[in-house]
Write a protein that binds this ligand. Sequence first.
Ligand code: SAM
Length: 193
Amino acid sequence: MPTLDVLVFWIAEFGILTFLIWACIYISTLSFSALKHAPFVPTRVSTKPVIARARPRKDQTFIDLGSGDGRVVITAAKEFGLNAIGYEINPVLIFLSKLRARIAKTDVQFIRADLYDAGLCQRPALYRIHHQLPPIIYIFLLPRYMDHLGKKIIRSCPPGTVVISYGFVIPLLSDKLYTILKGKPFPTYYYKL
Ligand SMILES: C[S@@+](CC[C@H](N)C(=O)[O-])C[C@H]1O[C@@H](n2cnc3c(N)ncnc32)[C@H](O)[C@@H]1O
């Protein structure tokens, strides 16, 4: 039977080790993002009301373009029963997201891809969907992505697709804007094709 001071030592050692592992993961995430010019900033508001405003239907496909640590897609799957998919360029974030999804006991697909190459709505992985409802696409990306993504969404996604953009407008979809959710630090814009 270990004595009390040995136990305290073990607990302290475990705490320090856990902290060091997380620090390594965090630093490698930031370094990768800096090298790829793809900053990781998680959605700061509660994601449930943001998704709810799009009135999702069970089993509808929900795609986060640049899914970060997976928090938005995990909420979509867990709270709304959606077929959730995250595209992410950073392998460390994909690893973290899969871990989070496993802990949350949710079935979410994470696809490591560069959004500039990804087929979005045409990608075969999406055809795991149970019925042919148009998808909901979630975006929290820098304004420099918006024109490229706007074109890609118009080209590849079916009518009825809902696009949620947290923080920034998508100029090419301006005539499809149907509601705005006010919020701090950012509003959220909703478009329907
Ligand atoms: C602002 S964060 C948003 C994260 C998550 N969607 C959220 O709301 O919490 C943007 C994410 O997009 C990813 N990203 C940036 N450029 C990308 C690209 N070209 N292809 C795939 N992912 C990208 C970054 O690695 C980062 O995790």
